[in-house]
Design a protein around this ligand. Sequence first.
Ligand code: BJ8
Length: 426
Amino acid sequence: MSEDYTPMWKSLGMDLDAHDALLGVLGQGYQEIYLAQKNRPEGMGYFDFVMSEVHGLRIKELLDEKKQNRKIIGSYCVFVPEEIALAGGATLVGLCSGADFAVEEVEKHLPRNTCSLIKSSFGFKLGRVCPYLESADMIVGENTCDGKKKAYETFAGIVDNLYVMDLPQVKSSQGRSLLKAEYERFKIAVEKLTGNKITVESLKEGIKVVNAKRAALHRLATLRKADPAPISGLDALLANQVFFYDNPARFTESVNKICDELEVRIKKNQGVFPSKTPRILISGCPMAVPNWKLPWIIETSGAVIVGEESCVGERGTRNLTEDSGKNLDELMEAITDRYFKVDCAIFTPNQDRSDHIVEMVKAYGADGVIHYGLQFCQPYIMESIPVENKLEKIGIPCMRIETDYGMEDVGQLKTRVEAFIEQISD
Ligand code: BJ8
């Protein structure tokens, strides 16, 4: 990090020793997993910089925004519309939840058999190690899976600024009405938080900014169709992870720069791995920073990841928001339409998701799918069985993995992943 941020972290009430330990582990993991890769696009230098300053410069920027009276909203789910936050003059940041922390303390509040993602969100708060969480003026939780829904009841007693958004579970007209009503309620809450009225102009601008971020990632995704793959899955995942907390305009520009570079690579037939390297699509639970375990195992076992059917990936960014509405209601309808297409496994039935997986396999030329389920995540683990059945019926090999954030199973997972890669290489 370029400067000493200790006073800043202290001012946020963070536990400095615990935070140092976390940064130490993060830095080492990044070195071993990211910087050890070969043939990385030069443009990834920007993301290396972002990661080296993830708790430094970006937090300083957010605190500077706060000094200018801008509010920071933290979120755990892709159902929280960034368009509305931006339109109200707030900045939305994703709260990562990708590593175990303060586990003993967490298990005083949550059952042991809770998914790692939920435990991590508690661990970062209880351990006071996340400057994003500590900077947030409002934290948005959502009634998605049962685990999150119930955990937020407890979380409300741990933080004093939790706002809970209700979400539908069925894609019916009633479900859509609920989503629309909840987005209207969120709009009012943002206006109250920031003191700014959301206008047609500000909402259109918010839509434009978020669409541009998504479009840059679509461009990146399209380039990954090439063989040899011009970028590793690990690097593409990182871009998808940074999507959630970087400055939006700078993020868009940086991803587009990488895309320019990848286009040249593709023309020259250059890739990160040799041509004909087995191609994997990952599908399932979101992978938040610094959860790089499975992609790292896959890409050090002789395959390349060509797409992520995940909320930190295509499920989260697939659709753009229509911006042609002429008044606030039309724009809010468009936002509702856009988010109602997100095919999270909390929906029942959820046919769209398996259709999308098949579409993605075809679009990215994947040789097989690895379904990633976090232990104790009922929605995704339940869905993984019909997903596997559907894929195998049409001749697409699929392997289901259930894991957590611990490293104890790395050897065992690597053995399984290697066997799967061998199977799809035939
Ligand atoms: S829209 S996927 S970001 S809810 S892994 S906490 S589902 S038990 S994260 Fe998600 Fe929004 Fe859906 Fe996407 Fe529960 Fe499963 Fe844990 Fe999960």
